[in-house]
Design a protein around this ligand. Structure first.
Ligand SMILES: CCC/C=C/C(=O)SCCNC(=O)CCNC(=O)[C@H](O)C(C)(C)COP(=O)([O-])OP(=O)([O-])OC[C@H]1O[C@@H](n2cnc3c(N)ncnc32)[C@H](O)[C@@H]1OP(=O)([O-])[O-]
Ligand SMILES: Cc1cc2nc3c(=O)[nH]c(=O)nc-3n(C[C@H](O)[C@H](O)[C@H](O)COP(=O)(O)OP(=O)(O)OC[C@H]3O[C@@H](n4cnc5c(N)ncnc54)[C@H](O)[C@@H]3O)c2cc1C
Length: 692
């Protein structure tokens, strides 16, 4: 890239230790970073990681050096080129999902084929019959057709039952007629639709013989395969500029009595009979929502790397950045000279940043649990057993809500922790934050999703408590955490925390009991208000959100603690258990996650009277103790995430710590610096002409 400003060559680094600061930090680690990285990735995935990274970093199409200077059209063109190159690489290297996941992560650009891979194909796999897969899935996998997922409308997104697009069965021709009756029925926000896709999965109200059977998925060809123009009676466009995600063509579409064959209704679960229009019921009414459940589970699995990326930038930068001389504990070099303090040594900075590291590790263990639950569900459902769906839906909804909210809050916390430079695109936070932000809204608004989790929790509580002998559920408590804490609460509703010193809070039993008691107490309270005090659902929404959050925090805590203690067949966990140094540092991180989470929501724990006010003070002291304990390992803990520089795309978070050199080098490439103005602002004539 061209430099428009020549930087003087006489400049010496003002901080003689600058480049070595991260090396010094790395020397403080109490554990082997490579070992921890192996725990996080596993042997096979780490090999894949390196193979794919090499390919991506060496391909000029994926070069990111110009990325922060691009406008919308340029970004979109760049994204299209990347998508095409990615398809070539998939073909040449025969990449499967495992490789593709790494490639998409390293590319780090939401692209026009994202919904094709992430929603169109999974919907065909999950909801199509064998014949439909042959017709649509095979060409989709070969990129002969490009699809999108058109569910949300201008007037409705969260309320799927309220969608207005209709699919009316016409027995005479054995077709469906797809129609948008109102302006508000226009599909809106659909990724890849604006310019790229030629097919769409359209969620529409299925109507047969005058009866509405609710939203169902239909495959609709929307553009001509040769001219790429919209087909007759179809209106398509891009929805315009957005907060971020500008490399993707989110689009709108309107249908005017568009006919499609009956075959195009995805019919793995429910069908319309030829001619009679008779509706065949699915084994579970909500199976047509299956893609959303899958994508929510995938989103949860991705949160850990999002948090890891934010923490990496902020921690490395904080180690390199120095401000002020600490009067009480001045930082001395070997030669006795006093230097300014690294901002990572300020306890406030630690309090803001170390919990983000801990959140990432917590999400790592919960992602494993989510994958296991989803795999188990897939196994059972393939033989017609859908009994796990309710659990899966409740935990995927609540965890998607909790973890993505946590991620966006933490990206912003990390960005602010980098001071002024955090506001620059070169920090690596700006585009990253903008592109990540929709995760709190898509696949279910994060507040709406908590209703689903709460509904399940209240139902379970009522089921258990209404039984004459609740202990009958005891056999299920091993597998079902909700039942387990409800039973514990019913047995001992006035349980008290036994901690008498700060370090007592490191006791995992005390921690687990705190979270179990708090969530059961909150659920019991909401049930009482709704069932006995006859409060409306709407009047309880804040509490509804609180119980979903409390339940999901408990899941994160429980999964972390279980991972540390329970013998496991899992390769990563075995490596963790076999290394005392790793176990020690992970235990500190787990304690910080748990206690910091408690401290942030201390009101709940006090209200449930599990904790006393003096205990809340002890808990806070223990959080500070943990920050001190973790401090020497901070840089190594983020190094272990192994987020490559090419992905970070950050002057602040570089592995080598060359923050200032990179800032000025990248600034010199700002195209504005190369622009010659056609006026001289000091020239009176110009100012007079412009009437300024
Ligand atoms: C990735 C990048 C691109 C992004 C793409 C997108 O955003 S695409 C667009 C993404 N858009 C969105 O994500 C839209 C978000 N909105 C929705 O998903 C739905 O409208 C809803 C779930 C909020 C309500 O749905 P509703 O009004 O139809 O239902 P209800 O509340 O009356 O509950 C009735 C029963 O159904 C149960 N149940 C519900 N869902 C599921 C499920 N998936 N599975 C299993 N079960 C489910 C529920 O538990 C309850 O059971 P109970 O208690 O009777 O035993
Ligand atoms: C970048 C991006 C990409 C997207 N890609 C796609 C795509 O490819 N395909 C697709 O189909 N969709 C897509 N979407 C749409 C997305 O799924 C919806 O925007 C999302 O589901 C939220 O729905 P909504 O916009 O109707 O929000 P609304 O429901 O209108 O929410 C607005 C506010 O009202 C509150 N609210 C609504 N109802 C209630 C209630 N009952 N109780 C309490 N509070 C309530 C919500 O909490 C929220 O704060 C995308 C969205 C974005 C931002």
């Amino acid at each position: 890239m061209v430099s428009y400003v020549k930087i003087p060559s006489h400049l010496k680094p003002s901080d003689p230790q600058g480049p070595d600061l991260l090396t010094q930090e790395r020397n403080l680690a109490s554990f082997d970073v490579k070992e921890l990285t192996l725990v996080l990735y596993g042997i096979k995935d780490l090999e894949r990681y390196h193979t794919i990274l090499k390919i991506i970093e060496n391909d000029p199409v994926f070069d990111k050096s110009n990325i922060y200077f691009m406008g919308r059209n340029e970004l979109f063109e760049h994204a299209i080129k990347k998508e095409k190159r990615l398809v070539q690489l998939i073909r040449e290297n025969k990449w499967k999902v495992e490789e593709l996941q790494f490639a998409e992560w390293f590319l780090d650009m939401p692209g026009p084929f994202g919904a094709h891979r992430g929603m169109f194909i999974p919907t065909l796999i999950g909801q199509g019959t064998k014949e439909q897969k042959e017709k649509f899935l095979v060409p989709a996998l070969n990129y002969q057709i490009i699809g999108c997922y058109a569910q949300t409308e201008l007037g409705h997104g969260s309320n799927v039952k309220g969608l207005e697009t209709t699919a009316i069965y016409i027995p005479e021709t054995d077709e469906f007629e797809i129609h948008s009756p109102y302006l508000t029925a226009s599909k809106w926000w659909v990724g890849g639709l604006g310019k790229t896709a030629n097919h769409a999965i359209v969620m529409a109200q299925l109507i047969s013989n005058g009866k509405n059977y609710g939203p169902h998925p239909f495959v609709v060809q929307i553009r001509d395969m040769k001219t790429h123009l919209p087909l007759p009676s179809i209106t398509i466009g891009d929805i315009g500029p957005k907060f971020g995600f500008n490399s993707t063509d989110n689009g709108f579409i309107l249908f005017e009595h568009v006919r499609i064959p009956r075959f195009n209704m995805l019919s793995k679960f429910s069908q319309i009979k030829k001619g009679t229009g008779e509706y065949i019921n699915p084994p579970n009414q909500k199976l047509s929502y299956g893609t959303m459940v899958l994508v929510r589970a995938i989103i949860i699995s991705g949160v850990r790397v999002t948090l890891a990326r934010a923490a990496t930038i902020a921690i490395r930068y904080s180690a390199v950045r120095r401000q002020f001389i600490d009067k009480d504990e001045p930082k001395k070099l070997e030669d006795g000279s006093i230097v300014e303090t690294s901002i990572l040594d300020y306890t406030m900075q630690q309090y803001r940043l170390f919990p983000v590291i801990a959140q990432s590790y917590a999400c790592f263990f919960t992602a494993k649990m989510m994958v296991n639950l989803y795999t188990e569900y897939t196994k059972q459902s393939s033989s017609g057993d859908y009994s796990l769906l309710a659990d899966l839906h409740a935990s995927s909804s609540g965890l998607k809500s909790l973890t993505t909210t946590m991620a966006v809050d933490s990206i912003e916390d990390c960005r602010r922790a980098c001071g002024g430079h955090g506001y620059s695109s070169f920090s690596g936070f700006v585009k990253f934050y903008q592109d990540y932000l929709p995760n709190t809204t898509w696949e279910g608004d994060n507040y709406i999703l908590t209703h689903q989790t709460a509904r399940y929790l209240l139902k379970t509580f009522r089921q258990v408590t209404s039984h004459k002998n609740p202990e009958i559920y005891a056999s299920q408590s091993n597998k079902n955490p909700t039942i387990s804490y409800i039973l514990q609460y019913l047995n001992e509703p006035n349980q008290k925390c036994t901690a008498i010193t700060p370090s007592d809070f490191n006791n995992h039993e005390i921690q687990l009991r705190a979270f179990k008691h708090r969530v059961a107490f909150l659920i019991a309270n909401v049930v009482d208000q709704i069932d006995n005090q006859k409060k409306s659902w709407n009047s309880m929404l804040v509490e509804i959100n609180r119980i979903s959050r409390a339940h999901c925090q408990y899941l994160l805590v429980q999964n972390f603690i279980t991972a540390l203690h329970q013998p496991s067949e899992d390769e990563s966990l075995r490596m963790l258990h076999n290394s005392p140094a790793l176990k020690e540092v992970m235990t500190s991180i787990c304690n910080l996650f748990v206690l910091h989470t408690m401290e942030k929501d201390i009101g709940d724990f006090l209200e449930s009277e599990y904790l006393t006010t003096p205990q809340a003070r002890l808990l806070r002291i223990q959080v500070y103790n943990l920050l001190k304990e973790i401090r020497p390992n901070a840089v190594s803990l983020v190094d272990a995430f192994l987020i490559p520089d090419s992905l970070l795309c950050s002057a602040l978070g570089r592995y080598d710590g060359k923050v200032y050199e990179t800032m000025i080098d990248w600034a010199s490439k700002e195209p504005l610096n190369g622009m010659t103005l056609d006026f001289n602002p000091n020239n009176d004539t110009f100012i007079r002409k412009a009437k300024l």
